[in-house]
Write a protein that binds this ligand. Structure first.
Ligand code: SF4
Length: 248
Protein backbone atom coordinates (compact mmCIF):
# COMPACT_ATOMS: atom_id res chain seq x y z
CA UNK A 1 0.00 0.00 0.00
CA UNK A 2 1.20 3.48 -0.75
CA UNK A 3 1.52 5.88 2.15
CA UNK A 4 0.32 9.41 1.81
CA UNK A 5 2.35 11.88 3.84
CA UNK A 6 4.07 11.79 7.20
CA UNK A 7 0.98 10.79 9.18
CA UNK A 8 1.03 7.43 7.45
CA UNK A 9 -2.67 7.58 6.55
CA UNK A 10 -3.87 6.21 3.22
CA UNK A 11 -6.28 8.98 2.53
CA UNK A 12 -6.55 10.85 -0.74
CA UNK A 13 -5.20 8.51 -3.43
CA UNK A 14 -7.12 5.45 -2.27
CA UNK A 15 -10.29 7.48 -1.59
CA UNK A 16 -10.07 9.11 -5.01
CA UNK A 17 -9.85 5.65 -6.53
CA UNK A 18 -12.86 4.59 -4.48
CA UNK A 19 -14.88 7.54 -5.73
CA UNK A 20 -13.87 6.82 -9.34
CA UNK A 21 -14.80 3.16 -8.95
CA UNK A 22 -18.08 4.08 -7.29
CA UNK A 23 -18.97 6.42 -10.20
CA UNK A 24 -17.98 3.75 -12.71
CA UNK A 25 -20.18 1.22 -10.90
CA UNK A 26 -23.06 3.66 -10.86
CA UNK A 27 -22.74 4.17 -14.62
CA UNK A 28 -22.58 0.41 -15.07
CA UNK A 29 -25.74 0.10 -12.99
CA UNK A 30 -27.52 2.63 -15.20
CA UNK A 31 -26.32 0.80 -18.32
CA UNK A 32 -27.63 -2.44 -16.86
CA UNK A 33 -31.09 -0.90 -16.49
CA UNK A 34 -31.21 0.00 -20.19
CA UNK A 35 -31.20 -3.55 -21.58
CA UNK A 36 -33.87 -4.51 -19.07
CA UNK A 37 -36.05 -1.53 -20.04
CA UNK A 38 -35.31 -2.16 -23.73
CA UNK A 39 -36.25 -5.82 -23.33
CA UNK A 40 -39.57 -4.89 -21.74
CA UNK A 41 -40.24 -2.15 -24.26
CA UNK A 42 -40.16 -4.76 -27.03
CA UNK A 43 -42.41 -7.10 -25.01
CA UNK A 44 -44.83 -4.26 -24.26
CA UNK A 45 -45.02 -3.25 -27.92
CA UNK A 46 -45.81 -6.86 -28.88
CA UNK A 47 -48.45 -7.06 -26.15
CA UNK A 48 -49.96 -3.77 -27.36
CA UNK A 49 -50.50 -5.33 -30.79
CA UNK A 50 -52.06 -8.46 -29.29
CA UNK A 51 -54.38 -6.40 -27.10
CA UNK A 52 -55.39 -4.19 -30.03
CA UNK A 53 -56.32 -7.34 -31.97
CA UNK A 54 -58.72 -7.97 -29.08
CA UNK A 55 -60.34 -4.53 -29.44
CA UNK A 56 -58.67 -2.89 -26.44
CA UNK A 57 -57.34 0.65 -26.89
CA UNK A 58 -53.72 0.57 -25.76
CA UNK A 59 -51.09 3.09 -24.69
CA UNK A 60 -47.51 2.37 -23.63
CA UNK A 61 -45.82 4.51 -20.96
CA UNK A 62 -42.18 4.43 -19.86
CA UNK A 63 -43.06 5.18 -16.23
CA UNK A 64 -45.86 6.12 -13.85
CA UNK A 65 -45.49 9.84 -14.60
CA UNK A 66 -46.13 9.25 -18.30
CA UNK A 67 -49.03 6.91 -17.47
CA UNK A 68 -50.59 9.66 -15.37
CA UNK A 69 -50.22 12.17 -18.22
CA UNK A 70 -51.82 9.75 -20.70
CA UNK A 71 -54.88 9.38 -18.47
CA UNK A 72 -55.22 13.08 -17.60
CA UNK A 73 -54.39 14.60 -20.99
CA UNK A 74 -55.61 12.00 -23.48
CA UNK A 75 -58.07 9.48 -22.08
CA UNK A 76 -60.07 11.72 -19.75
CA UNK A 77 -60.71 14.50 -22.34
CA UNK A 78 -61.43 11.96 -25.11
CA UNK A 79 -64.09 10.17 -23.05
CA UNK A 80 -65.66 13.39 -21.71
CA UNK A 81 -66.19 11.50 -18.45
CA UNK A 82 -67.93 13.49 -15.69
CA UNK A 83 -68.22 10.72 -13.08
CA UNK A 84 -65.36 8.50 -11.92
CA UNK A 85 -64.66 5.63 -9.60
CA UNK A 86 -62.04 2.93 -9.12
CA UNK A 87 -61.36 -0.57 -7.92
CA UNK A 88 -58.58 -1.62 -5.57
CA UNK A 89 -55.26 -1.11 -7.37
CA UNK A 90 -51.80 -0.45 -5.97
CA UNK A 91 -50.66 0.39 -9.50
CA UNK A 92 -53.29 3.15 -9.74
CA UNK A 93 -52.14 4.59 -6.40
CA UNK A 94 -48.49 4.51 -7.50
CA UNK A 95 -49.23 6.80 -10.47
CA UNK A 96 -50.46 9.68 -8.29
CA UNK A 97 -53.66 9.76 -10.36
CA UNK A 98 -55.84 9.23 -7.31
CA UNK A 99 -54.79 12.57 -5.79
CA UNK A 100 -54.76 14.36 -9.18
CA UNK A 101 -58.30 13.25 -10.09
CA UNK A 102 -59.71 14.06 -6.67
CA UNK A 103 -58.27 17.57 -6.96
CA UNK A 104 -59.73 18.12 -10.42
CA UNK A 105 -62.80 20.38 -10.40
CA UNK A 106 -66.03 19.45 -12.15
CA UNK A 107 -65.83 15.68 -11.66
CA UNK A 108 -68.21 13.57 -9.61
CA UNK A 109 -65.96 11.19 -7.68
CA UNK A 110 -67.27 8.02 -6.09
CA UNK A 111 -64.30 7.40 -3.82
CA UNK A 112 -64.41 3.81 -2.67
CA UNK A 113 -61.03 4.32 -0.95
CA UNK A 114 -62.62 6.78 1.51
CA UNK A 115 -61.78 5.32 4.93
CA UNK A 116 -64.37 7.48 6.71
CA UNK A 117 -67.19 5.40 5.16
CA UNK A 118 -68.83 2.59 7.09
CA UNK A 119 -68.68 -0.83 5.43
CA UNK A 120 -72.37 -0.49 4.48
CA UNK A 121 -71.72 2.92 2.88
CA UNK A 122 -68.68 1.57 1.07
CA UNK A 123 -70.65 -1.40 -0.24
CA UNK A 124 -73.37 0.92 -1.55
CA UNK A 125 -70.76 3.18 -3.20
CA UNK A 126 -69.23 0.16 -4.93
CA UNK A 127 -72.66 -0.70 -6.29
CA UNK A 128 -73.15 2.85 -7.58
CA UNK A 129 -69.66 2.89 -9.10
CA UNK A 130 -70.84 0.29 -11.62
CA UNK A 131 -72.61 3.12 -13.46
CA UNK A 132 -69.88 5.78 -13.68
CA UNK A 133 -68.55 7.23 -16.93
CA UNK A 134 -64.98 6.11 -16.22
CA UNK A 135 -63.76 3.32 -13.95
CA UNK A 136 -60.05 2.88 -13.16
CA UNK A 137 -58.40 -0.35 -12.01
CA UNK A 138 -55.50 -2.71 -12.61
CA UNK A 139 -55.44 -6.33 -13.63
CA UNK A 140 -54.06 -9.38 -11.84
CA UNK A 141 -52.50 -10.78 -15.00
CA UNK A 142 -52.42 -10.25 -18.75
CA UNK A 143 -51.45 -13.04 -21.15
CA UNK A 144 -49.18 -12.65 -24.17
CA UNK A 145 -52.26 -13.33 -26.29
CA UNK A 146 -53.86 -10.21 -24.80
CA UNK A 147 -56.38 -11.71 -22.36
CA UNK A 148 -57.02 -10.21 -18.91
CA UNK A 149 -57.35 -12.43 -15.84
CA UNK A 150 -58.77 -11.14 -12.56
CA UNK A 151 -59.80 -12.54 -9.21
CA UNK A 152 -61.83 -10.53 -6.68
CA UNK A 153 -63.11 -10.88 -3.19
CA UNK A 154 -66.43 -9.05 -3.77
CA UNK A 155 -66.45 -8.95 -7.55
CA UNK A 156 -67.08 -5.21 -7.90
CA UNK A 157 -63.80 -4.55 -9.73
CA UNK A 158 -64.05 -7.59 -12.01
CA UNK A 159 -67.69 -6.75 -12.82
CA UNK A 160 -66.95 -3.09 -13.56
CA UNK A 161 -64.12 -4.07 -15.90
CA UNK A 162 -66.52 -6.18 -17.93
CA UNK A 163 -69.87 -4.37 -17.75
CA UNK A 164 -71.37 -1.19 -16.33
CA UNK A 165 -69.09 1.84 -16.55
CA UNK A 166 -69.08 3.46 -20.00
CA UNK A 167 -65.28 3.48 -20.09
CA UNK A 168 -62.61 1.56 -18.21
CA UNK A 169 -58.92 2.39 -17.78
CA UNK A 170 -56.58 -0.37 -16.68
CA UNK A 171 -53.06 0.55 -15.55
CA UNK A 172 -50.79 -2.45 -15.97
CA UNK A 173 -47.13 -2.84 -14.99
CA UNK A 174 -44.81 -5.12 -16.99
CA UNK A 175 -44.67 -7.62 -14.10
CA UNK A 176 -48.29 -8.65 -14.83
CA UNK A 177 -47.41 -10.23 -18.19
CA UNK A 178 -47.62 -14.03 -18.31
CA UNK A 179 -47.42 -16.58 -21.11
CA UNK A 180 -50.94 -18.03 -21.02
CA UNK A 181 -54.07 -18.63 -18.96
CA UNK A 182 -52.47 -21.40 -16.87
CA UNK A 183 -49.62 -19.09 -15.90
CA UNK A 184 -52.09 -16.29 -15.24
CA UNK A 185 -54.10 -18.41 -12.82
CA UNK A 186 -50.97 -19.71 -11.14
CA UNK A 187 -49.70 -16.14 -10.71
CA UNK A 188 -53.00 -14.91 -9.32
CA UNK A 189 -53.48 -17.80 -6.89
CA UNK A 190 -49.90 -18.26 -5.71
CA UNK A 191 -48.53 -14.75 -5.82
CA UNK A 192 -51.15 -11.98 -6.04
CA UNK A 193 -53.59 -13.80 -3.74
CA UNK A 194 -51.22 -14.52 -0.84
CA UNK A 195 -49.42 -11.17 -1.21
CA UNK A 196 -52.73 -9.28 -1.17
CA UNK A 197 -53.94 -11.31 1.80
CA UNK A 198 -50.73 -10.27 3.61
CA UNK A 199 -51.20 -6.63 2.56
CA UNK A 200 -54.79 -6.63 3.82
CA UNK A 201 -53.84 -8.44 7.03
CA UNK A 202 -56.25 -11.31 6.37
CA UNK A 203 -56.40 -14.39 8.56
CA UNK A 204 -55.91 -16.90 5.76
CA UNK A 205 -53.49 -19.85 5.54
CA UNK A 206 -51.67 -18.40 2.52
CA UNK A 207 -50.40 -15.59 4.74
CA UNK A 208 -48.31 -18.21 6.52
CA UNK A 209 -47.34 -20.47 3.60
CA UNK A 210 -47.25 -17.97 0.67
CA UNK A 211 -49.18 -20.52 -1.43
CA UNK A 212 -52.90 -20.76 -2.01
CA UNK A 213 -54.37 -23.42 0.26
CA UNK A 214 -57.87 -23.19 -1.26
CA UNK A 215 -59.07 -22.00 2.10
CA UNK A 216 -62.58 -21.92 3.49
CA UNK A 217 -61.68 -18.95 5.67
CA UNK A 218 -64.26 -16.18 6.21
CA UNK A 219 -61.40 -13.85 5.23
CA UNK A 220 -60.91 -15.57 1.85
CA UNK A 221 -60.23 -12.93 -0.79
CA UNK A 222 -60.56 -15.23 -3.84
CA UNK A 223 -64.20 -15.51 -4.86
CA UNK A 224 -64.87 -14.17 -8.35
CA UNK A 225 -62.78 -15.03 -11.42
CA UNK A 226 -63.11 -13.23 -14.75
CA UNK A 227 -61.30 -13.72 -18.06
CA UNK A 228 -61.69 -10.86 -20.51
CA UNK A 229 -60.76 -12.00 -23.99
CA UNK A 230 -61.89 -8.87 -25.83
CA UNK A 231 -63.16 -5.38 -25.12
CA UNK A 232 -66.84 -5.03 -25.93
CA UNK A 233 -67.74 -2.58 -27.32
CA UNK A 234 -64.45 -2.03 -29.13
CA UNK A 235 -62.28 0.53 -27.30
CA UNK A 236 -64.41 0.58 -24.13
CA UNK A 237 -61.47 -0.79 -22.13
CA UNK A 238 -58.37 1.38 -22.41
CA UNK A 239 -55.10 -0.12 -21.25
CA UNK A 240 -52.00 1.78 -20.21
CA UNK A 241 -49.00 -0.57 -20.17
CA UNK A 242 -46.20 0.79 -18.00
CA UNK A 243 -42.56 -0.22 -18.41
CA UNK A 244 -42.09 -0.69 -14.65
CA UNK A 245 -42.86 -3.38 -12.08
CA UNK A 246 -46.02 -2.12 -10.38
CA UNK A 247 -48.56 -3.55 -7.97
CA UNK A 248 -49.06 -7.19 -7.02
S1 SF4 B 1 -58.18 -19.00 -1.59
FE1 SF4 B 1 -57.59 -18.54 0.52
S2 SF4 B 1 -55.57 -19.48 0.75
FE2 SF4 B 1 -55.97 -19.29 -1.46
S3 SF4 B 1 -54.99 -17.35 -2.02
FE3 SF4 B 1 -57.18 -16.98 -1.63
S4 SF4 B 1 -57.24 -16.30 0.50
FE4 SF4 B 1 -55.27 -17.33 0.19
Amino acid sequence: MKRNGADGLFTKPSRMADFKNRDKNREKGRDMEKPIDNYWQIRLNALKEALEQNNFEVFVATDTEEAKKIVLERILPATGARSLSWGGSMTYLSTGLYEALKAKPGLEILDTYDKSLSSEQNYELRRQSLLVDLFIAGTNAVTEEGHLVNLDMMGNRACAINFGPKNVVLLIGRNKIVADLDDAMYRVKNYAGPANAMRLDKKTPCVKTSYCEECKSPDRICNVWTITEKSYPKGRIKIVLVNKDLGL
